[in-house]
Design a protein around this ligand. Structure first.
Ligand code: ASP
Length: 319
């Protein structure tokens, strides 16, 4: 009798998340605040990793982790987003599935509790990739996506950051505003599941005092977010204009695909060479389909964490 074997491909599964990069130095941090950030990262890591452990998809894991970070007022995404010049809080988000190359994104949305959930709905329930402003709000209503009043998104530290810049035409990354009590932002996740499928998601309130409907890199597929099973899944954070110009997330993928570089080698070149050459401050996290992970930044710090099925776990803030 010939025995039948079914071969099930099992990959090292891994989840990496970030809560923004920038001038994050220990001197500006109180022990309580540092603990709160670490707890926020830990909660978000657990939200996605629990799903991976149960055999869930990379896509569901990055969605869960990013939503957890959006719900945390410390991070500049969803609740706690920064203020635009007109005093509004406009948010951008995107998500991409490396298995199918399907993607969804929203830009300049207001009052959406979890912009990444709306990006996911764009990907799965519409024939489009990116929806903007009012149209995105109409679509959200049709899909029953949860909204919140302005008060929900408000935080006094973001208001103070904005007040410092009001009346100027400058806009600033969260971490560039000279505050004693510095708060940083933009969140994202990248994951590889047990089947070797990968996905990435990113969500942000953007830059303080941004104007004219400014949209950053976070909702731009290829710039702030990218995922392709053949190469990598990436979520970026930093000065969005430069990340768009560098097509940063996709460039990591290209270096892997066309030059045969590893995830770490490719990400290192993009973050420490290509982005730096155009003053692109920030960093990114990523995974590949073998479960390798990289978290690289050219700023003082980046809120970041990872956990994998080989028993590795890291939660870090500084260099
Ligand atoms: N990349 C985001 C943007 O430019 C900001 C950030 O990562 O903090 O909108």
């Amino acid at each position: 009798m010939v025995e039948q074997y079914s071969t099930v491909f099992m990959s090292t599964y891994v989840l990496a998340i970030h809560g923004g990069a920038g001038t994050i130095v220990k001197e500006h941090m109180t022990p309580e605040l540092e603990m709160a950030y670490r707890k926020g990262l830990e909660d978000a890591l657990n939200a996605g990793y629990t799903l991976l452990e149960k055999g869930g998809s990379a896509l569901d894991a990055v969605l869960a982790s990013t939503m957890s970070l959006e719900d945390n007022i410390l991070f500049n995404a969803g609740r706690g987003s920064v203020f635009a010049k007109d005093g509004s809080q406009e948010m951008d988000a995107s998500i991409m599935d490396g298995k199918t190359l399907m993607a969804g994104a929203v830009s300049a949305v207001r009052n959406i509790r979890n912009p990444v959930e709306l990006a996911y709905a764009v990907m799965t329930k519409s024939s489009h990739v990116m929806l903007n402003g009012k149209g995105a709000a109409d679509f959200a209503r049709l899909q029953g996506i949860k909204t919140e009043p302005d008060d929900y998104f408000f935080s006094s530290s973001r208001r103070d950051q904005w007040k410092q810049m009001q009346g100027t035409n400058e806009s600033a990354l969260d971490h560039q505003v000279a505050l004693k009590d510095k708060k940083f932002g933009t969140v994202g996740a990248a994951a590889c599941d047990i089947h070797g499928n990968i996905a990435a998601a990113t969500s942000t309130g953007g830059m303080t005092n941004k104007q004219w409907g400014r949209i950053g890199d976070s909702p731009v597929i290829g710039a702030g977010t990218y995922a392709n099973n053949k190469t990598c899944a990436i979520s970026a954070t930093g000065h969005g204009e430069m990340f768009i110009r560098a097509v940063a997330a996709y460039d990591v993928s290209c270096l892997m695909e066309y030059k045969g570089l590893s995830l770490k080698e490719a990400m290192h070149i993009v973050v420490h060479d290509k982005l730096l050459k155009i003053d692109g401050e920030g960093g990114m996290i990523g995974v590949d389909a073998k479960g390798n992970v990289a978290m690289i930044f050219n700023s003082e710090g980046m809120y970041r964490a990872m956990k994998n099925s080989d028993g590795n776990r890291e939660i870090e803030i500084y260099k």
